[in-house]
Design a protein around this ligand. Structure first.
Ligand SMILES: [Zn+2]
Length: 331
């Protein structure tokens, strides 16, 4: 999938999910667009998946099992990923998931997840890269891709993120990017995706609030090509909500292969449910079930509308990012 995107100049939506409903909505959106895609959970999303006060590790394992089982029925390739894992959750979340993959690989099965993100952006770069390097070595042995972050994504997502960080930290420098390549290599020490920040902010804001500078990505590629001829970064775009088609195109042409989608798909899902509740108000808000409308209050009734809304938004993202109609499973 990643070779296809990097060679073909397109990117995959990576959709955050928190339930079987949002997981199914994302996969249906990919299938409708004829696109491969990535579904992912944050530590907080995994906790929620395990029940409202659930355990993240349990939720992530359940998500992987459910995702693998359901994805097999779709005609496109679906990759399973864990999103932002900050340093304080590496021992309780990331490493146990790698242990589980090691057990599976030892039995001749594929790893539990296709890729994991380690988010060391709260650490100094040298320390971030030292942890990343150790995790990358482990991932390489298991044929798992590691996503690392260089710079700071602004805003907040699931309690992660640099709300209130000074604005220059939102922009990665070519020097920092070369530092990443010096420590993690350019593929020979394991394949990694790089969340290099170029002004990205998690969440949704009015137009003009976020100043994206996608040229930072192209400058980083040029610096890398000078230092390591033939090498290229495979970038991840966090905080894409509200970006214009031009900004998305510029980011993809700079080498972005994965674009995270969360706020906009959350919105699409909830709107589908809300429209149902408003239009079926009497059926769902009756004082007792006998006075309501079972066809309206069955969770599958509003769930189907929520999922359809979210699936349409995911398919739209596939069109915008150029992955639509290019599934490796369809060729
Ligand atoms: Zn993010």
């Amino acid at each position: 999938m990643l070779d296809g995107a990097a060679d073909g100049g397109y990117a995959f939506p990576a959709v955050n999910v928190t339930s079987s409903q949002t997981l199914n909505a994302a996969m249906r959106g990919f299938a409708d667009a004829g696109s491969d895609g990535i579904v992912q959970v944050t530590v907080g999303g995994a906790r929620y998946l395990a029940g409202a006060d659930g355990d993240g590790l349990t939720g992530a394992r359940a998500f992987a099992a459910l995702g693998r089982e359901l994805a097999a029925r779709y005609p496109v390739a679906i990759a399973l990923h864990t999103d932002h894992c900050p340093p304080e959750h590496v021992d309780s979340f990331l490493r146990p998931l790698l242990d589980a993959s090691e057990e599976r690989v030892g039995r001749g099965e594929p790893p539990l997840f296709n890729s994991h993100m380690f988010d060391g952006s709260t650490l100094a770069l040298a320390e971030n890269l030292s942890v990343s390097e150790e995790l990358l070595e482990r991932c390489r042995e298991l044929e798992i891709i590691l996503e690392v972050e260089c710079g700071v994504v602004g805003g907040e997502e699931d309690g992660i993120g640099g709300e209130g960080v000074e604005s220059e930290r939102l922009y990665t420098t070519p020097e920092d990017l070369l530092e990443v390549a010096a420590t993690l290599g350019t593929g020979e020490r394991g394949r990694y995706l790089l969340a290099a920040t170029f002004g990205n902010v998690h969440g949704v804001y009015p137009a003009g609030h976020v100043k994206l500078r996608p040229e930072i990505l192209a400058d980083g590629q040029a610096a890398l090509a000078r230092a390591h001829p033939g090498a290229r970064f495979e970038y991840v775009f966090h905080g894409s909500s509200g970006s214009s088609p031009e900004e998305l195109r510029a980011a993809v042409s700079g080498g972005v292969v994965k674009v995270n989608l969360d706020s906009e798909t959350q919105f699409a899902f909830t709107r589908g449910a809300a429209e149902h509740m408003v239009s079926q108000r009497d059926g769902v808000l009756a004082s007792e079930p006998a006075l309501g409308d079972k066809k309206a209050f069955d969770p599958r009734a509003w769930g189907a509308k929520a999922e359809a809304g979210m699936a349409a938004r995911v398919a739209e993202a596939c069109e915008q990012l150029g992955s639509a109609g290019r599934s490796i499973a369809l060729s």
